[in-house]
Design a protein around this ligand. Structure first.
Ligand code: UDP
Length: 436
């Protein structure tokens, strides 16, 4: 069990001038804050550098902060599978699954966090001037007590906390109560922590980076070519869901909706993508096996789960996902819990009509009937698919509005700005503390 630092040189460097063109006002604000915070230490700790929304966010956010002049660093956890089995259970409990952590599981979680905490404390002890530590999600949250006093500690929770299992909230309460600030993606998520004073809570909506391989503009010809290369017919009506194979993402619900819609649209094809990348999600293989069983070897259901399915030259799945989102007639997000679905915003940015389950994140991301659709069941997903198939102009209209709303609200500069404003405020008392 140890902490590994991600070498930021290995991630693409953001070109700030391109972000400036997106939104000059936010860019100006960011440059100003960047100057004030120049050289300040920001330590991000998350469970993994690949797979899932947190990794996706941090891969853009941290290099962006660094380009603005902040001394941002990123550490991830190297731990045995048994630790990630416990933290996935914690994640599931936070999202409302029944059950509780056993005494042994709690003990292992705390012991492993103790080892991580000591590692972190050693690194931080070299920083006499202090700084900010941001703990992403619950996996490393219990390292809080090892962080030196001259650091401002933020807990950034990315999960859906709309109806958590109270047993886990109580277990985590000492750590959540002792951080200086908690950031969540939705105001509804605060209700489960009534003991947190409002001054210690902020809401920040996540965002996507429009210039990564996943989101940059791609020609339809190239996207079409990629679909053909991977056995997907670009001329047939295509629906897709891109998500880790996780029961909360309800891939079986998507398959059900596909079968229902297929009765009316014989040419329909479904693509499900969930490459096994996230080491903190040990359940994905089991969920995938269920998905495989339910897809009954239907040749019109395309399953992508292993990176070996991609061309060896495609080191990452980003371009493939970009092309697939662009070529999908409808993008589905059937999650029964979703703190904020980056995949939804990614598809909207590509002007796709998205059908999502009406849960916390999608309700912020989509205006029902205007920038996408919010539905409640596989049956209503199927109805909407048929509707969009029968009225292609509706999909085009919704898609255009969806892209506009992402441009306005859910792009990386706004997200980095929101975070930087918190850094700015929080560093004031830290400086006072170290000066005394
Ligand atoms: N993703 C990916 N490959 C996959 C499945 C998902 O790169 O096989 C990406 C997806 O494009 C998105 C992120 O992982 O950027 C998932 O974030 P989201 O917020 O939708 O869900 P999370 O996994 O965090 O629950």
């Amino acid at each position: 069990m140890t902490l590994n630092e991600i070498q930021l040189d290995s991630l693409p460097k953001p070109e700030l001038s391109r972000y400036e063109k997106l939104n000059p006002e936010i860019h100006a604000g960011l440059s100003k804050i960047g100057k004030k915070l120049h050289g300040n230490k920001i330590y991000h700790i998350s469970s993994t550098a690949t797979g899932g929304g947190v990794a996706e966010l941090l891969r853009s956010q941290i290099p962006y902060e660094k380009s603005l002049g902040l001394d941002s660093r990123w550490f991830v956890i190297e731990a045995p599978r048994s630790f990630f089995e416990i933290t996935k259970k914690i994640h599931n409990l936070f999202q409302g699954k029944p059950g509780f952590l056993s005494k042994k599981e709690k003990q292992q979680y705390l012991e492993e966090n103790g080892r991580l905490g000591k590692d972190m404390a050693k690194i931080l002890s070299r920083e006499k001037t202090g700084g900010i530590v941001i703990i992403h999600d619950p996996q490393p949250l219990a390292i809080r007590e090892y962080i030196p006093k001259n650091f401002y500690v933020i807990s950034r929770l990315h999960i859906d906390l709309s109806s958590p299992n109270t047993s886990i909230v109580e277990f985590m309460r000492p750590f959540l109560s002792s951080v200086d600030m908690t950031i969540v993606s939705n105001k509804d998520f605060v209700k489960c922590m009534p003991w947190l004073p409002p001054r210690k809570i902020r809401i920040i909506y996540p965002a996507i980076d429009p210039f990564t391989d996943k989101n940059r503009s791609l020609s339809r010809d190239l996207a079409k070519e990629m679909m053909v290369q991977y056995g997907i017919n670009p001329d047939r009506f295509t629906i897709s869901q891109i998500s880790r194979f996780d029961t909360w993402k309800d891939p079986l619900g998507v398959i059900k909706a596909y079968y229902l819609a297929k009765n009316k649209i014989p040419e329909l094809q479904l693509v499900l993508v969930g490459f096994f990348e996230a080491q903190d999600d040990p359940e994905s293989a089991d969920v995938f096996n269920e998905v495989k069983k339910h897809s009954k070897a239907d040749p019109d259901i395309h399953l992508f789960y292993n990176m070996n399915q991609l061309q060896p030259k495609d080191a990452s799945d980003d371009l493939f996902i970009n092309a697939l989102q662009l070529m999908s007639d409808v993008v589905i997000q059937a999650s029964t819990r979703e703190g904020f679905g980056l995949t939804i915003t990614e598809a909207m940015w590509k002007a796709r009509p998205v059908i999502a389950r009406k849960t916390s994140g999608p309700m912020i991301q989509i205006k029902d009937g205007q920038t996408g659709f919010l539905v409640v069941s596989p049956e209503t997903i199927a109805k909407k698919i048929i509707h969009l198939h029968d009225e292609p102009r509706l999909g085009i209209k919704i898609g255009k509005k969806a892209a506009m709303s992402v441009k306005k609200k859910f792009l990386m500069p706004r997200f980095v700005y929101d975070n930087a404003k918190i850094y700015q405020k929080s560093l004031e008392p830290v400086h006072n503390l170290t000066a005394n």
